[in-house]
Each structure stands twice: as C-alpha cells, then as structure tokens.
Write a protein that binds this ligand. Structure first.
Ligand code: THU
Length: 135
C-alpha cells in the first residue's frame, strides 16, 4: 500500500474519532478495514447505557465491509483518543481472524502519527477457526 494511502486512512480515522458514541468510557476509537480488493470500510465504537451492548470500532468496520459484500480482510487500522497506541480487544481479534488469512496486518496509529503494526496471528496465536458447513 502506498504511503499516501496509509496517510489518507490515518487522516480519515482522526476525522472520524469525534463520531464515536462513547459517553460512558470517554474513549473514542475509529477503525478501518481494508478488504482484499483494496476497498476501505470505516467504523467507530458505539457504546450503550446497557454496557455489554456496546460495539467496538473494529466490529463496526467489519460490519460495514460485510454489508458491502466483501469478506476478506487484508489490513486493519485502529486509532483512538488515548495518548498511546491501542490494539484490538480479544473479541475483535477473533472477529478479524474470521475474515483474514495469515499475514493480515493490524496497524495502530497514534495521535502524533506514530504507526506500529503486527500480524493477526501474532495478536491472536492459535485462534479458533471452524470450517463453514456446506449449504
Ligand atoms: N474499544 C474499541 O472500539 N476498540 C478497541 O480496540 C478497544 C476498545 C472501545 C470499546 C469501548 O467503547 C471503549 O473503547 C473503551 O473500552
């Protein structure tokens, strides 16, 4: 991926952070999912007064990707309002795993433009996979 694309995605994540609905934690998160065709799908965290009903930014972005008809993740980007880098929660690692192959990158983008990346298998060793059942 060209550096300019990477900068554009990081910029879009920063633009979307205020859209997060996070009145309970105060932590705004934005995520992007790059599909295997190069399309990019965005999401933010959406909290709820009934706390467990909240949705992480990565889950929102994955839903947007699936809704668009794509089902293969090449790369995930995440940014937050916190000072340091953040990484997807365990549940979101499993959600990413569902749609990715070995080598899929997760890129964390800091407020100052710092970037760090790890593969999904590094973030979720021995992840659970189940072969889809035939129709
Ligand atoms: N959150 C995300 O959206 N993604 C992550 O990777 C970690 C945490 C959200 C969930 C909750 O709305 C807030 O951040 C604080 O946990």
């Amino acid at each position: 991926m060209a550096l300019s694309d990477s900068a554009a995605i990081a910029g879009e994540l920063r633009r979307l952070l205020p859209h997060a609905h996070a009145p309970y934690s105060g932590v705004h998160v934005a995520a992007a999912v790059e599909d295997a065709d190069g399309g990019v799908h965005y999401g933010v965290n959406v909290e709820n007064a009934a706390y467990p009903q909240g949705v992480c930014a990565e889950a929102s972005a994955i839903s947007a990707m699936v809704t668009s008809g794509r089902a293969a993740i090449r790369r995930v980007w995440v940014a937050s309002s916190l000072p340091g880098l953040i990484w997807p929660c365990g549940g979101c690692r499993q959600k990413i795993w569902e749609f990715s192959q070995a080598g899929c990158e997760v890129v964390s983008v800091g407020r100052d433009g710092t970037e760090e990346r790890h593969t999904i298998e590094a973030l979720l060793p021995l992840g659970f996979r189940l072969e889809p059942r035939g129709a």
